[in-house]
Design a binder for this molecule. Sequence first.
Ligand code: ATP
Ligand code: MG
Length: 250
Amino acid sequence: MEKIVEVQGVKKTYGKKNEEQTHALKGISFEVEKGEFVGIMGASGSGKSTLLNILSTIDKPTAGKILISKQDVTRLKGNKLADFRGKEIGFIFQDFNLLENLTAFENIAVPLSLQGKSGKEIRQKVQVVAERLSITQILSKYPAEISGGQKQRVAAARALITQPTILLGDEPTGALDSESARDLLDMMEELNQKDQVSILLVTHDPFSASYCNRILFIKDGVIHQELHRENQAREDFYRQILQILGNLEQ
Ligand SMILES: Nc1ncnc2c1ncn2[C@@H]1O[C@H](COP(=O)(O)OP(=O)(O)OP(=O)(O)O)[C@@H](O)[C@H]1O
Ligand SMILES: [Mg+2]
């Protein structure tokens, strides 16, 4: 098995030494293999977004190491970091993060434009990913002119256009109605199974989590429990997740 992500003893403390500090992550270690679909669950404030921001290289850990495709991302800086992030990592956030003054096409093209790809290559790649996500009809529209579900597909297309090694999602279905949420999850599942894209999904929603192969439950900045789907049907895994969430609250 090929390890895509290796998280080793990651800690994150917010606040300076002489101020009030928050120990958001207190020593987290885990690995993600190629083609795994891993969920991260835990109560509000347990450190999920902190972990994802560190994985996505938006933020740096206070201690510990993160290897993505064997590269220590905590040591990358400047252009090398931007390059690595652009090529290896795709993100989908809850609030889409689309640029309002760019069309859907232009939004999807941003990562390739940043890499200095030719107009021809960009048009070809946008077309392929747009067909995959059924958004070819809205490519010339601006974010204000499309629905929430369509915005999230555009955001997903932008995350996937570079064919990243790992796709990171922080509550990507959080702002969607249940039908659009299911569409996005089905699409992520297909990408995971057909193209072997590794996925890390932060969610509080047991239904979304039931799509994962494995779930890490974070509590008070550490991994409190780990759950494997094995060959369970999604419905059975869903019930198991609900049960664990019930126990965690006690
Ligand atoms: N920039 C920051 N500065 C200071 N403290 C922060 C910062 N970001 C997060 N925290 C604190 O770190 C802890 C973990 O926050 P985090 O956002 O990772 O939680 P979460 O699990 O994503 O929660 P939610 O489910 O509400 O999104 C919380 O106590 C939070 O208040
Ligand atoms: Mg969060």
